[in-house]
Design a protein around this ligand. Structure first.
Ligand code: GLN
Length: 425
């Protein structure tokens, strides 16, 4: 093994069934997904030592399919970050260049796959956290349509935005993992029947002849030159294979990051209220004084980025500001959704750079939250619109991986898998 990448918070094996479609596969599972009997921290001191009493549905599906889980992958604290540097267990390094970040928040998952420490991985994507690390580490990541994959046993960051998604070295492997984890779950009422009959792995047939690809100028604006060139070359290559490209405009997407951060922090402020020193994990323990115990537990247990977001979200939801921020963000979300609906009347998939930047150097951006947030410009619109998207390696710029993002209509996973598999050829 190469220099320690710190891809895992806990390295502990969970054996799967003897036979099944994943019987030969090792899988890294992001540390915000519950594993019965195995510590699950969300990258936070708040949950250090917390051992879930039950498995997430996706974990059950993995072990039923024969997979061996090799450990709990490092992540930004509660999924809040773009570099895995907000993890309270130290940053993960990018296997392509250990002085650079692997992306986030599922950085441990993508690094483990890129370095061969696991065949496959599960991440979660609230605003890009599967696609960003896939792009930065040069592997494949899928953010499924909202409702395709059960969130039961996922420790919530922002419920209305997030999905668990696969990370793998190839499109077919990522799609095969999606086949295992997708389908309705009685424990998660937001899961849907749609997509239940699909065969995602079989869709990786590389056939883009006659497919229409929408190219969105707004999603190339301001991106790193090398990223733009690499992504354009990959799209040209799809054209050479018989796809047709058309320009489509999505004027709403310039508001996506702002809307995303209001909605995500609002939901987070509510979700994270449960970490009070009584029910889970860390407790400051002041005899008898509830206010002091609560305040001290949370001051000690949460890192800076998590605190910043709880404050932002609490503010955005407060009585005097609810209409000004939260409601406006929901209006912007509806606009993004209708822009995509209009676009998908004319095209099969939409293509863009996954990330407008190359992988940051370790420490480069962690003290500058605005820069970090803006790096999510191309991934967050997809979560706001509940759509599926895949990030696929498009090549390199300055020797570093560049990801192409292909976005599909709701439950259009087979189409994005098909298009992405053609990029590999
Ligand atoms: N970078 C985004 C955030 O910090 C995405 C995180 C995610 O998808 N979990 O919110």
């Amino acid at each position: 093994m190469a220099a320690d990448l710190n891809a895992f918070i806990t390295e502990e094996s969970i054996e799967g069934a003897d036979a099944g479609p994943l019987a030969d596969a090792t899988v890294a599972v992001k540390d915000n997904i519950s594993t019965a009997g195995v510590e699950t921290t969300c990258g936070s001191r708040m949950l250090e030592g917390y051992v879930p009493p039950y498995d997430a549905t996706v974990v059950e599906r993995l072990t039923d399919a024969g997979a061996t889980i090799v450990g709990k992958a490092n992540m930004d604290e509660f999924g809040m970050g773009t570099t895995t540097e907000t993890s309270q267990f130290g940053p993960t390094r990018n296997p392509v260049d250990p002085d650079r970040v692997p992306g986030g928040s599922s950085g441990g998952s993508a690094a483990a796959v890129a370095a061969g420490e696991a065949d496959l991985a599960l991440g979660t994507d609230t605003g890009g956290s599967v696609r960003c690390p896939a792009a930065f580490c040069g592997v494949v990541g899928i953010k499924p349509t909202y409702g395709l994959v059960s969130r039961y046993g996922l420790i919530a960051y922002a419920n209305s935005l997030e999905q668990i998604g696969p990370i793998a070295g190839t499109v077919e492997d990522a799609a095969a993992l999606l086949d295992v984890i997708a389908s309705p779950d009685p424990h998660d009422a937001t899961t849907r029947e749609a997509g239940a009959d699909a065969n995602y792995a079989a869709a990786a047939d590389g056939d883009v002849d006659g497919m229409t690809i929408g190219v969105v100028p707004e999603l190339f604006e301001g991106a790193h030159e090398g990223v733009v060139e690499t992504v354009r070359a990959a799209i040209d290559d799809l054209e050479a294979q018989g796809a047709e490209t058309v320009e489509v405009s999505l004027p709403s997407v310039e508001h996506a990051v702002q809307a995303y951060y209001v909605i995500a922090t609002s939901e987070a402020s509510s979700n994270l209220a449960r970490f009070d020193g009584v029910r889970y994990g860390h407790s400051a323990g002041h005899d008898g004084n509830w206010n002091e115990t609560f305040a001290e537990t949370r001051s000690e247990g949460f890192g800076e980025e998590v605190k910043r977001r709880i404050l932002l979200g609490t503010y955005a939801l407060s009585a005097g500001y609810h209409d000004k921020y939260y409601k406006k963000a929901q209006d912007a979300r509806a606009w993004v959704r209708s822009d995509f609906d209009d676009a998908f009347a004319d095209v099969d998939v939409i293509a863009s750079p996954t990330m407008p930047v190359l992988p940051f150097e370790l420490g480069e951006g962690i003290d500058d939250p605005m820069t970090m947030y803006l790096a999510d410009a191309n991934t967050t619109p997809v979560n706001l619109a509940n759509l599926p998207a895949i990030s696929i390696p498009a090549g390199t710029a300055e020797g570093l991986p560049v990801g192409l993002q292909l976005i599909g209509p709701q439950f259009g996973e087979e189409t994005i898998v098909r298009a992405a598999s053609a990029v590999e050829e």
